[in-house]
Design a protein around this ligand. Structure first.
Ligand code: PEP
Ligand code: MN
Length: 350
């Protein structure tokens, strides 16, 4: 970290600053130019967390040299991380394909959608049992019953499952049923929840908040990593914008940007990013072309009857067509779609 002092900083202020730095067990390297004095800090900068250096008299500017998201940074881990979700690899050339309805609605519906998306090439099944709805009067999810259905259907079709956890008090319950936690956009900065999933070792799909920067997303990932859970996958799902023709603004640049800053894999979710099934295929392909490690897409066999997000869901046939294009593109990019595990029935030999 570099601290640039004001041109009028007095010797007394410089001495005070150095005393504060050394008092925290760090070394200060003083460099006095003709017009400006710069102090370089050497040592474990985490000692400085919570010290408002800018507020020390005489300080003009503080320039961090290392990012605050230490564990999520590329410096900490120069190779791309590979996260294993129930046997499906994500990252480092392995592409994840999460598909399924927005919400778990019934066993029959989940079973039909899972069969279709598995056949199309999906390797992970999604479905919300706890839904973060904007309106308190909208369908809130089947809760534990939904988790049971998702688990059962996932096992039947050989698809590890992903589902949202919204409340730190439900982390243990969701942990019992899921292969991957989803932290939704609205909870990206729910630090108590991030800490709670960080205390498990279960993979976490961390969605970008709708008004969060990519660096904010990495700071949230840091909360999970700092508790000892290394299995974090980021997800770009669109940010708020002024254009009302799409649900959000799909920030495709977030994908290569995240890869320049972090070793963590990143998914794209063109369903929530655009809110329109006619725009989903182009944005899914663009995301993969931009370097995404996976694609997260909502699929429903009867969107007009869906209990949530029906207006953005692809039909299974549309998903199948897109999945085959994604497979071709992955091949061109030298990547491969991770194979889904064997269905439970085949595994037990019955
Ligand atoms: C979802 O995946 O259904 C969802 C609610 O996503 P987001 O948190 O990105 O809005
Ligand atoms: Mn949804």
């Amino acid at each position: 970290m570099l601290i640039i002092l004001k041109s009028e900083a007095t010797q007394q202020q410089i001495d005070h600053l150095i005393e504060r730095i050394e008092g925290l067990g760090l070394k200060a390297h003083l460099s006095q130019g003709t017009y400006r004095t710069v102090v370089g800090i050497i040592g474990d900068e985490s000692q400085l967390a919570g010290t408002p250096l800018e507020a020390i008299p005489g300080v003009a500017q503080v320039i961090p040299v290392l990012p605050a998201y230490k564990l999520a940074s590329l410096e900490a881990h120069p190779q791309p991380s590979v996260v294993n979700v129930g046997g499906v690899k994500i990252g480092g050339g392995h592409v994840g394909m999460i598909a399924g309805p927005c919400a778990v609605e019934s066993y029959e519906r989940m079973d039909a959608i899972a069969g279709a998306v598995r056949q199309a090439g999906a390797n992970l099944l999604r479905g919300g049992a706890f839904k973060p709805r904007t309106s308190p009067y909208a369908f809130q999810g089947l809760e534990e019953e939904g988790l049971k259905i998702l688990r059962e259907v996932g096992d039947k079709h050989g698809l590890p499952v992903v589902t949202e956890v919204m409340d730190p008090r439900r982390v243990d319950l969701v942990h019992e049923y899921t292969d991957m936690f989803q932290i939704g956009a609205r909870n990206m900065q729910n630090f108590v929840l991030l800490t709670a999933v960080g205390e498990t070792r279960k993979p976490v799909l961390l969605k970008r908040g709708m008004s969060a920067t990519v660096k904010d997303l990495l700071m949230s990932a840091e909360y999970i990593l700092a508790r000892g859970n290394p299995n974090v996958v980021l997800c770009e799902r669109g940010v708020k914008s002024f254009d009302t023709d799409t649900r959000n603004l799909f920030d495709v640049a977030a994908v290569p940007l995240a890869h320049t800053l972090s070793h963590l894999p990143i998914f794209v979710d063109p369903s929530h990013a655009t809110g329109r099934p006619d725009l989903v295929p182009a944005c899914a392909l663009a995301g993969l072309a931009a370097g995404a490690d996976g694609v997260h897409i909502e699929v429903h066999d009867c969107p007009e009857k869906a209990l949530s997000d029906g207006s953005q869901a692809l039909l299974p046939s549309q998903y199948a067509e897109l999945a085959s294009q994604l497979r071709e593109l992955a091949k061109l990019l030298g990547k491969q779609l991770s194979p889904a595990p064997q269905p439970a029935r085949a595994k037990s030999g019955t």
